[in-house]
Design a protein around this ligand. Structure first.
Ligand code: NAP
Length: 274
């Protein structure tokens, strides 16, 4: 990588601790002529807050994935997208000075809404996309790689990325997927299962090349949740989900915490000797 000035965008939530860290990190970076703090066309985006904040930073810069790399600083516990804790700013600055452009990337989900009118709208998700109905039971056909798989009845269907597998997907009973596995996971949200209605009941892990399609049987309003964004959509002929051709790049450094350590620390904690 050329030894040019790195443009760094600091994106922060409103929590007092995050604001303090933002002020401190800004003060630490300003003296270096190698860095320029700018939210316009950055090379590196540092999100300060939690995983939710990193999701917001991703959505702000998702059109620049070919140029930008992300770093997460967590002002609470260590998160899934955040490599640094708020007391590790010295190490972060050191790693930024040593950085030669190395990156570690994770798969993203592309959702295309095909409307009955023929219009198509596209969205990108870092964690997941969920299609649901809130007023009535959602009835929709699920197709996996063009195979009509099941007629779903229930609250909704969630499609998650590997890194999103520890978020809403996990609460729905889905599996935790290592982020190097390029696959999507389909999980049911409160499916109706009885002698008349039948779905698989477990989550399904779908490989990179396979398309997942959700075909609603009703024209009425469905809610599409894409990470932390909510859209009301109607007259949809199908929702098409697939792994996106670009990944989200993070700045790689020796600090990168093992995924299994993150899962253990977030959900299990220390195992006490008996
Ligand atoms: P939020 O409702 O304020 O926070 C949801 C929680 O999910 C936060 O604790 C957040 O961590 C955590 N989180 C986000 N991404 C994660 C990931 N990949 N793995 C593990 N935990 C993760 O909403 P938000 O902060 O804007 O985040 C939106 C996300 O919340 C959605 O994408 C969805 O996955 C998740 N969510 C989960 C449920 C559920 O589990 N029942 C319900 C709604 C939404 P931080 O505290 O570090 O920010």
């Amino acid at each position: 990588m050329k030894n040019t000035v790195k443009r760094i965008a600091l994106i922060v939530n409103q929590r007092p601790r995050s604001q303090e860290v933002f002020q401190k990190l800004s003060r630490m970076l300003r003296p270096y002529k190698q860095f320029e703090l700018s939210r316009k066309n950055p090379d590196i985006v540092i999100s300060i807050g939690g995983d939710g904040m990193l999701l917001s930073a991703f959505h702000r810069y998702k059109d620049q994935l070919d140029k930008v790399r992300f770093i997460g600083v967590h002002t609470g516990h260590l998160g899934f997208y955040t490599d640094y804790r708020d007391f590790e700013l010295d190490l972060l600055v050191q790693n930024l000075l040593l950085d030669q452009g190395a990156q570690i990337s994770y798969p993203l989900l592309q959702i295309k809404i095909h409307y009955q009118s023929g219009d198509i709208k596209e969205y990108l998700a870092l964690n997941e996309a969920t299609v649901r109905r809130t007023d009535r039971t959602m009835v929709a056909d699920l197709h996996l790689n063009q195979v009509p798989f099941e007629r779903f009845r229930g609250d909704g269907i969630c499609i998650s990325t590997p890194t999103g597998s520890t978020a809403y997907n996990k609460s729905l009973g889905g599996s935790v997927l290592h982020p190097t596995i390029e696959a999507l996971q389909v999980t049911e949200v409160a499916s109706l299962n009885n002698r008349v209605y039948r779905t698989l009941g477990s989550s399904v892990i779908v490989p990179r090349k396979d398309k997942i399609e959700i075909l609603p049987l009703s024209d009425s309003t469905h809610t599409l949740l894409v990470d932390n964004h909510v859209y009301q959509v109607e007259q949809v002929s199908r929702f098409e989900c697939q792994i996106y051709h670009r990944k989200i790049p993070f700045m790689a450094s020796s600090k990168h915490t093992s995924f299994w350590e993150r899962v253990r620390d977030s959900f299990i904690g220390e195992v006490e000797d008996e």
